[in-house]
Design a protein around this ligand. Structure first.
Ligand SMILES: Cc1cc2nc3c(=O)[nH]c(=O)nc-3n(C[C@H](O)[C@H](O)[C@H](O)COP(=O)(O)OP(=O)(O)OC[C@H]3O[C@@H](n4cnc5c(N)ncnc54)[C@H](O)[C@@H]3O)c2cc1C
Length: 381
C-alpha cells in the first residue's frame, strides 16, 4: 500500500462493494416488501443466495471468502446493502452474527454440518441472548443449560430474536453451573416454540423463542463450559462495526432522497435547496456521513486485523455512525416536509430503520459506559 492509498479501500474491497451494490440495486424494488409479513421475502432470500455474497460470513475452510470472517468486508457489504434494503442487509448480517460462535468454537462436526450451508444461505442462523426481562444486563439471564448424560437440556425464553421462525438453528446463551455457555440448538428440536408477541418499526424478522427442556447432544456446546460470554464478545468484536457500515449506507440513501427533493421542489421563487437553512442542513448531513465513514473504515480495517484488540474502535464507530444516521434521517425528513412522512415512502422507511440501530448490538449508553471505563482505567490522573 502506498501513502496515497492510505485512506482508500483496497481494490479487492472495492470489487466486493461493487458486487454488493449490484445485488442491492437488483432487489431495491422489493425494499418495502418485508413490511407486512412475518418472515423473509422469498425473492430477497433467493437473490442473496444466488449472489454468493453470504459466503463473506463464514471462514474460507467452509466455503467462505476470507480465511477468517473479515470485519471490513462485512462492513463494506452492509453499507451497500442497507442503502437498498434493510431486510436484505439484516438477512446478510445475521448469517455471520448467528454463526460466528460456531466458526470460533464449534466442534469439527458442527462446523462441517452448518457453516457451508450458512454461507450458501441454505441454513439460516439466529443468536438468542435477550430475554423478556433481560437486555443490556445480560449476566442476569435465566435460561439454563444442564448436562444429562450425553445430552444438554436447554430451558428458557429468549425474546426479540432476529430470524425467529426462519432460523434453522439458534446459538443460545444460558447459565451452566456458575458460568455461561453458548449452545447450538437446531430449530426443529422438540420443545423449540416460536411466537411473535411484538412487531417492531423496522424490517427485522423478529420473534420470541421458547426452549422447553430442549435436548441436544453435549457436542452442541460451543467451546468449553462457561466460555459463552467470551464467544458473544468475539462475535461483537467482529460484527459490531458492520452496524456502522449499515447506518452509513442508510444515511447516504436518505440524503440522496432529500437532495433530489430539495432540488426539484420550487417555492418562494427558487428551489427548496437554496432556501434558509436547507443548504447548510444538507451539507452538514454529507459532512457527518463522511466523518462516520472515515472512522468506520478505519475501525473495520483494524477489527479485520485484531477484532478484540480494537473493539474500542468498533464501538466508537458503531455509536458515532448510528447516532449520525438518526440525526441525518431526521434532518432529511424535515427537509422533505409532509412528503417525508408518507407511509411507504423510501425516506419514511429509512427514518424507521435508523432508529433501532442505536439500541441493538450494544446500545449507545451501554457502549459509552464501557468506553469510559476503558478510558479511565488507562488514565493516569
Ligand atoms: C430490531 C432488533 C433486533 C434484535 N435482535 C436480537 C437478536 O437477534 N438476538 C438477541 O439476543 N437480541 C436481539 N435484540 C435485543 C437487543 O439486543 C436488546 O434490545 C438490547 O440488548 C438492549 O436491551 P433492552 O432493549 O432490554 O434495553 P435495556 O437494557 O432495558 O436498556 C434500556 C435503556 O437503558 C439504557 N441502559 C441500559 N444499561 C445501561 C447502563 N449500564 N448505563 C446507562 N444506560 C443504560 C440503554 O441504553 C437503553 O437506553 C434485538 C433488538 C431489536 C430492537
Amino acid at each position: 500500500m502506498t501513502t496515497a492509498d492510505l485512506f482508500e479501500l483496497p481494490d479487492t474491497y472495492l470489487a466486493l462493494q461493487e458486487e454488493a451494490r449490484t445485488l442491492g440495486a437488483s432487489l431495491a424494488g422489493l425494499a418495502g416488501a418485508s413490511e407486512n409479513i412475518d418472515g423473509f421475502v422469498p425473492e430477497i432470500r433467493a437473490g442473496l443466495a444466488a449472489s454468493g455474497l453470504a459466503a463473506v460470513t463464514v471462514p474460507a475452510e467452509f466455503g467462505g471468502r476470507y480465511d477468517q470472517v473479515d470485519s471490513l468486508a462485512a462492513t463494506v457489504v452492509r453499507e451497500a446493502l442497507a442503502a437498498s434494503s434493510g431486510h436484505l442487509d439484516s438477512m446478510f448480517a445475521m448469517q455471520g452474527i448467528g454463526s460466528f460462535a460456531i466458526s470460533a468454537a464449534g466442534s469439527a462436526d458442527l462446523k462441517a454440518e452448518w457453516l457451508p450451508r450458512v454461507g450458501r444461505l441454505e441454513a439460516i442462523a439466529g443468536l438468542a441472548l435477550t430475554e423478556p426481562e433481560i437486555g443490556s444486563d445480560l449476566k442476569a439471564l435465566s435460561t439454563t443449560i444442564e448436562v444429562d448424560g450425553d445430552e444438554l437440556v436447554v430451558s428458557g425464553h429468549k425474546s426479540f430474536i432476529t430470524n425467529a421462525g426462519e432460523a434453522d438453528f439458534y446459538c443460545v446463551l444460558g447459565r451452566e453451573g456458575e458460568g455461561y455457555t453458548l449452545v447450538l440448538v437446531p430449530a426443529d428440536r422438540s420443545g423449540v416454540v416460536v411466537t411473535r408477541p411484538h412487531g417492531v418499526m423496522d424490517h427485522h424478522v423478529l420473534g420470541d423463542v421458547e426452549f422447553d427442556a430442549v435436548r441436544v447432544p453435549v457436542g452442541h456446546r460451543l467451546g468449553e463450559p462457561g466460555a459463552g460470554f467470551g464467544h458473544v464478545l468475539a462475535t461483537l468484536a467482529t460484527f459490531r462495526v458492520s452496524v456502522a457500515g449499515s447506518s452509513i449506507g442508510l444515511a447516504e440513501r436518505a440524503l440522496q432522497e432529500a437532495v433530489a427533493h430539495a432540488k426539484s421542489r420550487e417555492m418562494f421563487g427558487t428551489t427548496l435547496a437554496r432556501l434558509g437553512g436547507v443548504p447548510g442542513s444538507l451539507a452538514w448531513a454529507w459532512t457527518e456521513i463522511e466523518m462516520a465513514r472515515s472512522l468506520t473504515y478505519r475501525a473495520a480495517a483494524a477489527a479485520a486485523r485484531d477484532p478484540q484488540g480494537n473493539l474500542h474502535l468498533s464501538s466508537m464507530a458503531k455509536i458515532a455512525s448510528t447516532e449520525m444516521a438518526g440525526r441525518v434521517t431526521d434532518r432529511c425528513v424535515q427537509i422533505m416536509g409532509r412528503f417525508g412522512l408518507v407511509r411507504g415512502s423510501t425516506i419514511e422507511r429509512l427514518y424507521r430503520e435508523a432508529r433501532p440501530m442505536r439500541i441493538y448490538e450494544g446500545s449507545t449508553e451501554v457502549i459509552l459506559d464501557s468506553l469510559s471505563r476503558q478510558l479511565l482505567k488507562g488514565s493516569s490522573s
